[in-house]
Design a binder for this molecule. Sequence first.
Ligand SMILES: *Cc1c(COP(=O)(O)O)cnc(C)c1O
Length: 363
Amino acid sequence: MVLKNKYTGLIERYKHRLPVADDTPVISLGEGNTPLIQLRNIPDFIGKEVEIYVKFEGLNPTGSFKDRGMTMAVTKAVEEGSRAIICASTGNTSASAAAYAARAGISAFVLIPEGKIALGKLAQTMMYGALIMQIRGNFDDGMKLVKEIVDHAPVTIVNSINPFRIQGQKTAAFEIIDELACVPDYHCLPVGNAGNITAYWQGYREYASSTESLPAVVASRPVMCGYQAAGAAPFIAGKMIDNPETVATAIRIGHPQSWDYAWAAQKESGGWFKCFTDQQILDAQKLLAAQEGIFCEPASATSLAGALHDLSEGNIPEGSKIVCTLTGNGLKDPDTAIQQCTEKPITIDANLDAVKAAILDRL
Ligand SMILES: *Cc1c(COP(=O)(O)O)cnc(C)c1O
């Protein structure tokens, strides 16, 4: 039976800019086309005249931007006849790989650091039916093994060293330009393996140089701001680091695979790398949820922590148009969310008086 693809994902939308042919069997779950939400309350809260938009990638099918790359990587793997994919992951890549493999009817093998992935990501990957190998090591150890295993087993790597991942992920930059009808002044991103900053920069460059896209406005590019967690900040150290540590497990990476590309994005765009403590990251996550009703995972909030910092320091001037990518959904990591909320649920008797007292007490 030929399954007609009833969900239109990013491959359908940007086919002419992606390495696919008319007869490529597209493996899609309707990814991409995520909301670009303008923050209403935070600019007032920080007292700045500024347009901040968040690209909420947590609304992709498996809850992170990894789906953009995975639809392309799995589509191409299937086109090339592969029967199995493999990745090392801090959680989201494994969830995404497992979902797209299930969709394609092929096998997924994932290597994750034991005890260091958020609960939601583990649940997803288990449900989608991947073989999960928890390693006694970190992401970097897993990545090294994945690169070696391809010489010993017929599996396709779907980490962001797979060039099709970057191709799929670059479409987020296209969507932003299409929606704003211009290029933002600053683009803020959390940086782990640095595939995403690489992909956005490629997307912005491609759109800017295309003849068919928007008029002169597009002939500019944003300043790329890459933000890391202080305990996992090789781009700030200027060298690879061992034993990275951060509550933002999605960016707990010491040996980024897209090292050179990310430096190129920073240099060519006139941007910078900075890092923030776990507390600053969690504060930004909470602020975004409490002020705007947008719940992202800790790693994602690093982009907002950075933007707010650089606004307050004057590195990003007032009047700027800023986009922060929120890479993953807050529901991925319920443990960290619950732990950091000082206001716990209260327990009361199941009667009207108790409910009334609780409400009037707080108003
Ligand atoms: C993968 C991931 C990142 C880091 O992206 P890189 O491309 O590795 O730099 C950030 N946040 C979340 C939620 C992720 O899943």
